[in-house]
Design a protein around this ligand. Structure first.
Ligand SMILES: Nc1nc2c(ncn2[C@@H]2O[C@H](COP(=O)(O)OP(=O)(O)OP(=O)(O)O)[C@@H](O)[C@H]2O)c(=O)[nH]1
Length: 409
């Protein structure tokens, strides 16, 4: 049995057709330049090191051949050797790397022109071979150091032009030598440039594939964030839902236990419940009950400040506030202020037996008082809330360090 075909596969870099001239849209082209530079910068120091060794070897051989050769060659050779050394330094230094390509081109010109100069000035039967520096320079920029294709094409043309002009201006070179040198140079240049074109085409295709993959990854990441948000936020009040609360609280406890430097010193938990909410619904209707829940939840939402503090809807008309790094006293002040602000909202509640307006009861617990995990902390706050209800509602109760519930108000 064949596997089912994917009707709508994700696009890959191969789906984006690369034009024959290789140019990508402007922003992509800019990114590709950096990508290209990063890909060549790993081998460039070694390649330029090799070029430096070749220049040094050429100087050595020229000093053996005869003093008249080295007399003519040592200055331009030393100059190109220094240029090559400078290019190696550029390739190895991250902040200067963007200058690598222009510097490599300068080096290639220096080598090619040195060849032309020596081909004219050195009196030796084999001196015409100095002109072979031009194809060597083209090979260097296309294969060894990989200058971008268009720069390589332009500079190769200029170098070949300079070589041909020198050959024409120098009557000592026979037409046969001049033609042979020009043909050899053109052959080397076209092969090297073709190789450079193919290489750059493949590299661009690879870059596009990676770019598309990167975009997919970003889209997936954003979609995940949206989904995660939807999965952990309560649709009615905008508070974190119970699932989100449990995972955040567990995470905080996990950090706390591990003694992680990002962990809060203590975790305080406030659990509150709207008093006689069933009667509120019965009196004003369920939609009004929903509105009431929104208004009440806005009170703690407007009060939490630290990034790690949060408000969650624990279920029905019960809410949890988690405060990190506040002292226990500060958490009690928060609870009392919140209870007071809810009362101050003045939402009429004729069905309540404790007030004319909507009120809440709050239970407060703290990790300093023996709770070793989120379930225990919630249980302690629930026990305090239960007693706050029993003590008449519209009040704050706390679980103290002895494990006893005390009324705050
Ligand atoms: N409007 C509305 N009501 C809800 C929602 N979730 C839960 N409730 C109601 O909240 C009420 C909770 O009632 P109880 O648990 O009896 O508590 P209570 O009436 O507040 O009494 P005490 O907590 O003892 O003061 C129930 O009537 C639920 O229907 C909601 O999303 N919207």
């Amino acid at each position: 049995m064949t596997a089912p075909q994917n009707q709508n596969p994700l696009p890959t870099g191969n789906d984006i057709s690369l034009p024959w001239h290789l140019r990508l849209p402007k922003p992509l082209e800019k990114d590709f330049r950096l990508y290209f530079l990063a890909s060549v910068s790993k081998v460039a120091p070694w390649a330029l090191g090799l070029v430096s060794i070749l220049i040094a070897t050429a100087m050595l051989i020229e000093s053996w051949i005869g003093t008249d050769v080295i007399t003519n060659s040592w200055r331009p050779r030393l100059f190109t050797l220094m240029l090559a050394g400078g290019c190696v330094i550029l390739a190895r230094t991250l902040q200067w790397r963007e200058w690598l390509h222009p510097a490599t081109l300068a080096l290639a010109f220096a080598i090619a022109l040195t060849g032309n100069y020596l081909g004219v000035h050195v009196e030796h039967p084999l001196s015409y071979t100095f002109f072979l520096h031009t194809p060597m320079s083209i090979i260097m920029i296309c294969i060894l150091v990989r200058v971008p294709f268009y720069s390589a094409l332009l500079s190769s043309t200029v170098m070949i032009g300079a070589m041909v002009a020198t050959l024409i201006a120098n009557p000592e070179r026979t037409p046969f030598e001049a033609t042979t040198l020009t043909m050899v140079t053109l052959a080397f240049a076209s092969m090297s440039l073709f190789g450079q074109y193919v290489y750059e085409r493949l590299l661009r295709q690879h870059f596009l594939s990676e770019h598309v993959l990167y975009q997919h990854r970003n889209e997936l990441h954003s979609a995940n964030l949206v989904l995660e948000n939807q999965a952990t936020v309560d649709g009615l009040t905008g508070c974190i839902n119970r699932r989100g609360m449990e995972s955040r609280l567990n995470h905080l406890f996990h950090l706390h236990k591990q003694g992680n430097p990002d962990a809060p010193e203590r975790i305080s938990l406030l659990l509150f419940d709207i008093d006689f909410f069933k009667q509120y619904n019965d009196t004003y209707g369920h939609p009004a009950g929903d509105e009431c829940l929104k208004k009440i939840s806005n009170v703690p939402l407007s009060m939490v400040q630290a990034d790690t503090d949060f408000v969650a809807r624990y279920g029905g008309e019960e809410f949890v506030i988690v405060l990190t790094d506040s002292s226990f006293n500060d958490a009690l002040v928060f609870a009392e202020r919140m209870r007071n602000r809810v009362e101050q909202l003045g939402l009429p509640h004729s069905g309540s037996r404790v007030s004319q307006v909507v009120t809440i009861s709050v239970g407060v617990s703290c990790s300093d008082h023996g709770a070793s995990n989120s379930a225990e902390l919630l249980k302690q706050a629930d026990e305090a809330l239960y007693q706050a209800k029993g003590a008449g509602r519209n009040r704050v109760a706390l679980m103290n360090s002895q494990g006893l519930v005390e009324m705050l108000s």
